[in-house]
Design a binder for this molecule. Structure first.
Ligand code: C5P
Length: 255
């Protein structure tokens, strides 16, 4: 792991001071958590796979004009990113009913939604990331109207792009979570996509078999998590040739 100053340690990533002001190193861990930390585990090599999947997706989103915090991947587990102020709102986009919305609204898992649904949750581990309305965001000043408009616009563009990308490799993008941040440039700031996009924060189902290729394998004790994550990377055409578990072990020894 980097010997730089640690800024923050989250459930799946650690942030370190970057080499230049305004930069941060994002380190991907193998730790897996679910149900707001009630279930914990380690998936050997997950950080390596999520790092390359997220790099691939953030680069592709950058290429279609979506501003992101991503600068470059530095190593098997590290990315250089722009320092942003994270907006404390998690944005969930759903195409097919699964997980939280099924429990909340009594929907059957797998029911296609008539249109993509954008939901907001307040980013708070203590409160279990509660579902909120736009009104809460405005009332408590977590973001302003323009930011909400931009976030929603970007979220739907990301959804369109990723739905197509995954559909092309035989995967249904069921739902996913995005986070956004404020990138300050002088007194002004821009809204940019932040955090990561990986099977940890998406539901991905094989188009033919319906097999789950995401963190639900861990949440629901289905096993085969790393095989599923590697399958996503393999279909995206980005799996490193060496065995990922070996690479991860190698990095652990180095840290
Ligand atoms: O649990 P729920 O059905 O609301 O999750 C919707 C989507 O958002 C899932 O793909 C899940 O992996 C992701 N999510 C996340 N982090 C959270 C909550 C949800 O990545 N804190």
């Amino acid at each position: 792991m980097s010997r730089r100053n640690k800024i923050y340690e989250g459930k799946a990533k650690v942030l370190f001071e970057g080499p230049e002001p305004g930069t941060i190193i994002q380190y991907f861990k193998d730790d897996a958590t679910a149900f707001n930390n009630q279930k914990k585990g380690t998936l050997s090599g997950k950080g390596v796979i999520n790092n390359i999947i997220s790099e691939h997706i953030f680069k592709a989103l950058g290429d279609i004009g979506i501003p992101t915090h991503f600068i470059e991947r530095l190593s098997m587990r590290e990315q250089l990113i722009k320092a942003v102020e994270i907006i404390p709102v998690e944005v969930i986009i759903r195409n097919i009913a699964a997980g939280g919305i099924c429990a909340r609204l009594g929907l059957e898992e797998g029911t296609p939604l008539p249109r993509p649904l954008v939901e907001f949750c307040y980013k708070s581990d203590e409160l279990n990331d509660p579902l909120i309305a736009e009104e809460h965001i405005l009332t408590f000043g977590w973001a302003d109207e323009l930011e909400i408009e931009e976030i929603t616009h970007y979220a739907l563009r990301v959804n369109d792009f990723l739905s197509g990308l995954f559909s092309g490799i035989g995967i249904k993008l069921v739902d996913f979570k995005l986070e956004f941040g404020r990138l300050y440039e002088g007194d002004d700031y821009a809204t940019v996509l932040a955090d990561e996009i990986s099977p940890d924060g998406c539901r991905l189902w094989d188009s033919k078999t319906g097999e789950k290729l995401d963190k639900d394998r861990f949440r629901r004790d289905l096993g085969g998590e790393m095989e599923a994550y590697q399958e996503v990377a393999r279909r995206l055409g980005i799996l490193p040739s060496a065995d990922v578990t070996e690479i991860a072990d190698h990095i652990k020894k180095d840290s």
